[in-house]
Design a protein around this ligand. Structure first.
Ligand code: PHE
Length: 448
């Protein structure tokens, strides 16, 4: 028989790991730039609704299924099925989740690799290795392969160490550092000329921009940001003790995720306008705010360059923040296929991790070699199609296929008097009807 399953040693450990998964590039880069180009605080308000009214219930569905099954996504969904057809669909959804989690990791590791390169660059400059510094920031294929390999290697090292000694230990160490770095950077940037203009753009609502597209974009952002649909939260839930309250922990994860996304906006938008004040172009030729890779790869580095020696340390702090945020997310993605390999193929974690990790690195390499053709495609297949479809499937499993008494019994564990809460009365119906319909609507919209 296989080795005993891992488990988080405490609710704080789980919280750090799950919040670490949720808080990533999506919060620090995606959220602020989407808000800036979609009506500022108007987007923020819509996002808050989406996160709490839609993403939180879906997160609860994943956590509850996971903790009940105490297995990887494939076996968990098969286990709550009620006949051959739903068992087949459960397996299909589970495999879909594993595939999509792997695809997200394959492009995420490339972007995170860029962050590693930009983190290493100021060190190279400090020791006078100008050639290496140029290589690190010049967008070449060998550079991209090297930094993606370094980042993927770090992710594998943590996952190979297991749930408690790897995921929990590193998340508990890295998440507080992330918050500290974020706050220090905000204080520094807000003191620079031009910062207030950025705050204004971020915090002044322009409700004329409210539209169905804006709502859908906010929903997609909430889904990506809470790591939903692909089984990361399911597998983390499967390592959580039955003594902890799921509704409470799920709410805390959502709060931390939303809180850090909002706080990151207080850094990114002001930093962009400080860069403009220092002479960097922050609008594209068509008049839009530069939000894509250009923001992180050109606008912000240009800003750090204008700051002299202090700029080197600000750059280190900023890119350390990005690498930390990426790493606590990438480990949660890798855990999805690794848990499957351990539990279904019967191999040990130390073998499963490099096998799966290298396979995903191979996909990353393929993308790097065919960047223009593949990068956008993989992002779109995994996040615009994969995540919403799987999200609907998971809500249907929790709401329609799983036996209601079992679902409620799982929720009761660790939460006294849960029957008397509003959550208990509303949520089961909510995941049955509201969640699938809303996600489906958003998905159809994105198809059009
Ligand atoms: N939530 C992560 C972020 O915001 C991304 C992620 C997606 C992580 C899916 C795991 C699974 O960057």
């Amino acid at each position: 028989m296989s080795a005993p399953r891992g488990q988080f040693s405490s609710n704080v450990g789980f919280l750090m790991a799950a919040a670490g998964s949720a808080v990533g590039l999506g919060n620090i880069w995606g959220f602020p730039t989407k808000a800036a180009s979609n009506g500022g605080a108007a987007f923020v308000v819509v996002y808050l609704f989406m996160a709490f009214l839609l993403a939180y219930p879906a997160l609860m569905a994943e956590l509850t299924i996971g903790r009940h099954a105490r297995r990887n996504m494939v076996q968990a969904l098969r286990g709550i099925a009620r006949g051959p057809v739903t068992r087949f669909l459960g397996g299909l959804t589970g495999f879909g989740g594993i595939l999509v989690a792997s695809l997200i990791l394959s492009f995420y590791a490339i972007v995170a690799g860029w962050m590693v390169a930009h983190l290493a660059e100021p060190f190279a400059t400090l020791i006078g290795a100008g050639g290496i510094a140029d290589w690190l920031t010049g967008d070449s294929t060998p550079r991209n392969l090297t930094v993606t390999a370094i980042f993927s290697g770090l992710t594998m090292l943590i996952i190979a160490s297991g749930v408690e000694k790897g995921i929990e230990r590193w998340s508990t160490l890295l998440m507080p550092s992330l918050i500290l770095l974020l706050l220090l950077l905000i204080i520094y940037v807000l003191a620079q000329d031009g910062a207030m203009k950025g705050l204004e753009v971020y915090l002044m609502p322009d409700f004329s921009q409210l539209s169905p597209e804006l709502m859908l974009s906010a929903m997609g952002q909430a889904f990506f940001s809470l790591s939903l649909g692909v089984g990361t939260m399911l597998i983390y839930g499967s390592y959580l003790s039955r003594q902890e309250s799921l509704p409470r922990l799920g709410a805390l994860v959502t709060l931390i995720d939303v809180g850090i996304a909002f706080t990151a906006g207080l850094l990114i938008l002001p930093a962009m306008y400080v860069a403009q004040e220092a002479g960097t172009q922050i609008f594209s030729d068509t008049g839009e705010l530069i939000a894509g890779p250009g923001l992180i790869m050109q606008v912000l580095p240009a800003l750090f360059d204008t700051m002299g020696t202090a700029g080197l340390f600000v750059a280190i702090a900023f890119f350390a923040l990005m690498v930390i945020a990426s790493l606590t997310s990438s480990i949660s993605m890798l855990e999805v296929p690794v848990a499957f390999a351990i539990e279904n193929l019967g191999i040990g974690r130390r073998l499963a991790t490099p096998l799966v990790g290298l396979a995903i690195f191979a996909i990353s390499s393929l993308i790097i070699f065919n960047f223009d053709a593949l990068f956008g495609l993989v992002v779109s297949i995994s996040t615009e199609f994969g995540q919403p479809i799987l999200g609907v499937a998971l809500c249907i499993f929790a709401g329609w296929i799983w036996r209601r008494d079992q679902l409620l019994a799982e929720l009761e564990k660790g939460h006294e008097n849960v029957e008397q809460t509003l959550f208990w009365k509303v949520w089961p119906w909510y995941v049955r009807i509201v969640c699938p319909l809303l996600i489906l609507a958003a998905f159809l919209q994105s198809l059009l």
